[in-house]
Design a protein around this ligand. Sequence first.
Ligand code: ZN
Length: 99
Amino acid sequence: MTESTETLETVSNSVYQNLVTTLIHDIVSRETTREKLLRSRYPDYKPYYYDPKKQLDIHGQPKQQDSSQYFMCENCGREVSGNRFAAHLQRCLSRGGRR
Ligand SMILES: [Zn+2]
């Protein structure tokens, strides 16, 4: 039998492992229960599509480019493309709403 010495590090490590494992078990069991409930309520429910190449969205459709989606700026009322919206908002709000 090998002699195991318990140090502060090994004890804290095992406490940490125990906590993380408990948390993961808790999350998995909750999600499993939710999934079962969802399946019993909606038998035709289709699971989300997973594309490892990240080319398709969760419905299995080709992803839409951010630049093809437009959002209305609530501050100035302009239509701004999705990939420029954050930059626009920063500028738009710092101008104090002037056009
Ligand atoms: Zn704006």
